[in-house]
Design a protein around this ligand. Sequence first.
Ligand code: FAD
Length: 250
Amino acid sequence: MARFTGVDFYEIDGLLSDEERQIRDHVRDWVEDRYLPLVEKAYEDAFFPAEVIPEVASMGLLGATLPEEYGCAGVNATAYGLAMQELERGDSGLRSFASVQGSLAMWPIYAYGSEAQRKRWLPPMAKGEVIGCFGLTEPDFGSNPSGMITRAVRRDGGYVLNGAKMWITNGTIAHVAVVWAKLKDEASGREEIRGFIVEKGTKGFSAPEQKRKHSLRASVTSELVLQNVHVGEDALLPNVSGLKGPLGCL
Ligand SMILES: Cc1cc2nc3c(=O)[nH]c(=O)nc-3n(C[C@H](O)[C@H](O)[C@H](O)COP(=O)(O)OP(=O)(O)OC[C@H]3O[C@@H](n4cnc5c(N)ncnc54)[C@H](O)[C@@H]3O)c2cc1C
């Protein structure tokens, strides 16, 4: 059977650099040879074939646009977009896995995190050894995340989180969650949305999988449950507050 060569109705190919085309073609071949043979069973049986994670990582696709000093590929946004387009062709769940890891978990740590948070989390996340998720949507607030109910309060030199998130890609397989919650600013008394890094295994935190989806079946989708979850001061992403934090990732 002839190999897939893509469709290019607007002749965009000629606008790409050699490197961008090479990355696109490499990911296309990998999807064709490696992922398409797996995905039908994964979709039917509703699981994400996690054995491909090291391969996706070795292609530099996790946090692809982030700098090389954090173990990332440092490619441009066009190359990243082309790679995600090819993963999406394999299955939307595969693209969701990679883009949630890169854009929704690694990117906020890079853009809003401290240098210590970047150094700790980004290199193992680029290698696919640490999986991340992004907890914004809640059972009662999806399109309007500013209404979120999840709250953080300052206590004992850290924060206590309470709330629930829903429809969270990678949630159950994630080692770390970027959770958005409202925290009262002590100076102004106003509540502001802040981002927190919550590690799997933290007491009071669980991520049960949401089963029986009708779509995106080859993708892990989960609830995040936060019941008096105590995290340290270093869990807070220091460099952003307000809805622009999560919206900047999306
Ligand atoms: C498979 C899957 C994976 C996901 N992964 C993540 C994730 O990793 N992290 C995360 O935080 N979230 C995730 N989400 C959640 C996703 O971002 C939300 O589903 C989305 O924001 C919509 O929220 P909702 O489902 O509550 O729908 P609702 O907000 O209840 O909207 C329902 C419908 O009403 C429409 N609507 C809503 N408000 C208005 C309005 N004011 N005017 C007109 N129409 C309106 C919407 O367009 C939609 O058609 C995921 C969802 C799915 C299905």
